[in-house]
Write a protein that binds this ligand. Sequence first.
Ligand code: CAA
Length: 380
Amino acid sequence: MDFKLTEEHIMIRDAARDFAKQELLPGVIERDEKQEFPKELIKKMGELGFLGMMASPEYGGGGMDTISYVLAMEELSKIDASASVMVSVNNSLVCWGLDTFGSEEQKKKYLSKLTTGEKLGAFCLSEPEAGSDATSQRTTAIDKGDHYILNGTKNWITNGSSADYYLVIAQTDKEKKHKGINAFIVEKDFEGFEIGPKEQKLGIRGSDTHSLNFNDVKVPKENRIGEDGFGFKFAMKTLSGGRIGIAAQALGIAAGAYELAKDYSKQRKAFGTEICNHQAIAFKLADMHTQIEAARHLVMKAAWDKDQGENYDLSGAMAKLHASKTAMDVTVEAVQVHGGNGYVKEYHVERLMRDAKITQIYEGTSEIQKIVISRSILKD
Ligand code: CAA
């Protein structure tokens, strides 16, 4: 067993770390306040290769392994989880989904623009009444021969307004339940496609989240991904990998907050000494560090499973479950270590604490991860 990173992995991690410090850190508080993310910054992430890391080089992707991807996700998330969720959705859900299951034409037309940052993608599964219960899709896609007609509403869509291409899951044949579900590529300017109001969120406020409306949207048949009825499996398979990316995001949020708390504890003095010299603080740091290391091992194992061609449904769900709890626990403690300063924006930990919560909700709540885990361990 070799726990060592390769030179290439270290290079990618360091590049992401430098980018996060130089480009994401300035303005992160303002972006959070204003709930905005400049287009130029998304473009820059694309130019540097962060938006199509694992995708095939023939379609503009980086051809990297999942380990490289999670290392980058951790570094970006230490500084700006709003940026990293855009990276995560575009890489894990949109690019990976198209690269793995898309047709040659779809890859040429759409994937090659999504990997470079020329275009941004969104993944549209959740609905007002189908969040965790993903088989209960109400959005319909009626087969009209050479095209489908889409009607319905999607909710809580990351990159809702900043995306150009949307992977949309919809019900074609209700009788067939999940086997009657399809996935489609919808372009932003398709007639009848409408972006709803922006959600006012607790965390990851820099990233835009919207509801989307589909009013008789005509989608060409060649924009369906895979065979008729493949949509639910497409969503499940794509989300399995997405969960590794979000686990890495949670890990990064936790690690970012821990590093800030550790540094602060070495500078701040109380009762005649730096506060790290008080066991009350030192023991907190010990717990935080241990929890983060455990999360890192789970994230790396899930990424390794994926790279080795092993099944990663279980390891990905465990990584997400544990890393997202770690993000919550560690960020709360990081605020505590900072005392009053932890409660104000300029020290960053209050934002990380707000950002942490979503990692227990999106791409499957913690309860959904427990369903996946328990089904997997009980099946034999
Ligand atoms: N890979 C391949 N196939 C899978 C699969 C997987 N990981 N998981 C399930 N399936 C298949 C099953 O094999 C089954 O197929 P067959 O009938 O052919 O055997 C089919 O899918 C239905 O499976 P289940 O009976 O297990 O389905 P279920 O209704 O019990 O639901 C669930 C399973 C795990 C709870 C699923 O509904 C789920 O993951 N829900 C959460 C959805 C989710 O993560 N939403 C997040 C939205 S996206 C997002 O947040 C993105 C963003 O913007 C950041």
